[in-house]
Write a protein that binds this ligand. Structure first.
Ligand code: IPE
Ligand code: IPE
Ligand code: MG
Length: 236
């Protein structure tokens, strides 16, 4: 099959390795995160170029709140700054921003900037960028189960009517397609509480390259590998 026709419609990325990059370069972890921010812009541009319509980026996990206060504060400041500074570019490039996660946990200034960026890009159509922020998949699924249980309790729904589609409709990702390809940088072979439900049939691709070093060649390699995969969905 023509590889061009096998462009993933949704790529989900675990952007890992900023700390190791900083260690390698003997600089502060903050510098690694800053370089990681530059990679985000690079990958957004690559998705637009290749015609990938959805990109979900794991930017901060529920568990990442457990890092030092200094690192958490730095990451939140960086996020706010990134959202503010990149907004004109998002507009110019026709990028629509979304966010998934426990957004109420974000510092108020950061949350306001996020809401502004989401609202102002709502009409854009070239690429959907979903930021997973304060995101944990088990928490997401638990919250969805609670909402479904409440519906049953109120008599709006019979237990037998609970289907995978119904549960999907209660996740943060309700209106989004499932990822076709999940990329993790920095070599760890794990999911780290990321999109457990949504990645059911995603193709996985892990590279040892650290996120700040992730570039065009790595992205191309992931797409080429994806194009070769035979997605069987349990069938023969
Ligand atoms: C990913 O890089 C960024 C976040 C999790 C916010 P890390 O900070 O996890 O980098 P390593 O894993 O320590 O190298
Ligand atoms: C996953 O990376 C979270 C993000 C990339 C935001 P971590 O560095 O937090 O994951 P673990 O600790 O290696 O599982
Ligand atoms: Mg890490």
């Amino acid at each position: 099959m023509d590889t061009d026709t096998k462009i993933p419609q949704h790529i989900a990325i675990i952007m890992d390795g900023n700390g190791r990059w900083a260690e390698q370069h003997k600089v502060a972890r903050a510098k690694g995160h800053e370089q990681g921010g530059a990679t985000v812009q690079r990958v957004i541009d690559l998705c637009i170029e290749k015609g990938v319509p959805w990109l979900t980026l794991y930017a901060f996990s529920t568990e990442n709140w457990g890092r030092s206060k200094i690192e958490v504060n730095y990451l939140m400041k960086m996020l706010e700054k990134f959202l503010k500074e990149r907004l004109p570019e998002m507009q110019a490039k026709n990028v629509r921003l979304h966010a998934i996660g426990e957004l109420d946990m974000l510092p108020p200034k950061c949350r306001r900037q996020l809401d502004t960026s989401i609202a102002e890009t709502a009409g854009n159509t070239a690429l959907n960028v979903v930021l997973a922020l304060s995101y944990g998949s088990r928490q997401e699924i638990t919250a969805a189960a609670r909402r479904v249980a409440a519906m049953v309790q109120r008599g709006e729904l019979q237990a037998e009517e609970i289907t995978p589609d119904l549960l999907s409709s209660q996740l943060y990702t309700a209106s989004m397609p499932d990822p076709d390809l999940m990329i993790r940088t920095s070599g760890e072979m794990r999911i780290s509480n990321y999109l457990l439900w949504q990645l059911s049939y995603a193709e996985l691709w892990v590279t040892d390259v650290l996120w700040p070093d992730f570039g065009r060649d790595d992205f191309d390699a992931a797409l080429a590998e994806y194009a070769k995969r035979n997605r069987r969905y349990g069938k023969r």
